[in-house]
Design a protein around this ligand. Structure first.
Ligand SMILES: [Zn+2]
Length: 257
């Protein structure tokens, strides 16, 4: 009797485990990457970036901080950038002088632009162990000639796009191109509103797309231009979590190309 019982238990165990083995394992499908957002910040509000990360790390968010004028940062700001990078955020380039690329190149040529604006930035950021893979254009000023010169230096370059267009006609989604355009989330931007942001996020979710966003200085209370409301950032992080979307950094897009 006991032997029969034991055989029965063994048989059940066998079926249990063989069923377990046959469970389909979800595989990532590179043709349809998980929908998500790239949150980028421009300029050099390093203290504020570091502070907002303390709030948003609870959402396991990942951001890309595009730094300009690296030579003007304090020692403690450099340490903060290194800590952000260590946590998995990306530190990207935004120009050594924050030149308007198109104007500068028209007056001085592309070689001078690379030698004055790009190379010293890369050298100093590299010296600080900041791994710069991506670049965001100051003011979004760009043209195809500068794009092709910068794509020899960076894996991904980011410009800007404007106007609260229907998401289907907006350019702020990753389209398997190394040049991407972000849409602003600073409160003073004419295109910015929470209802429009929801439209953009909904479209990303529905169409399996990656939405590219950019802001500047995260603050609790808006007092000037180029400020991103921390409440907006919390809203985005909540949306990403609730809709099982993903956070991407600019450099992650290169792997999806
Ligand atoms: Zn800028």
């Amino acid at each position: 009797m006991n032997e029969k019982l034991l055989s029965f238990i063994l048989l059940c165990t066998f079926f249990l485990f063989s069923c377990e083995d046959k469970k389909p394992i979800p595989k990532p499908n590179p043709k349809h990457p998980t929908s998500g957002v790239v949150i980028t910040f421009d300029d050099k509000s390093v203290d504020e970036w570091y502070d907002v990360d303390i709030i948003l790390k609870h959402y396991s968010w990942k951001a890309t901080f595009c730094v300009s004028k690296i030579n003007t940062l304090t020692h403690s700001e450099i340490i903060q950038l290194q800590k952000l990078q260590k946590e998995g955020h990306e530190i990207a380039g935004h120009g050594y002088h924050h030149f308007k690329a198109t104007e500068y190149v028209a007056e001085n040529g592309i070689d001078n632009y690379i030698n004055k604006e790009i190379n010293p930035m890369l050298d100093l950021m590299n010296f600080y162990s900041l791994k710069v893979i991506s670049f965001a254009y100051p003011y979004g000023f760009r043209n195809p000639k500068i794009d092709s010169a910068l794509l020899k230096k960076f894996k991904i370059i980011r410009g800007t796009t404007y106007a609260a267009l229907d998401p289907a006609f907006q350019y702020c989604y990753f389209e398997k191109n190394r040049l991407v355009l972000g849409i602003g989330i600073d409160t003073d931007y004419p295109n910015f509103s929470i209802p429009y942001l929801i439209k953009l996020l909904e479209f990303a979710k529905r169409k399996h797309k990656i939405l590219i966003l950019y802001g500047h200085k995260p603050v609790e209370k808006i007092t000037a231009k180029y400020q991103t409301d921390i409440a907006t950032l919390i809203f985005i992080c909540n949306y990403v979590h609730q809709h099982k979307m993903a956070f991407y950094r600019l450099s992650d897009l290169d792997k999806l190309n």
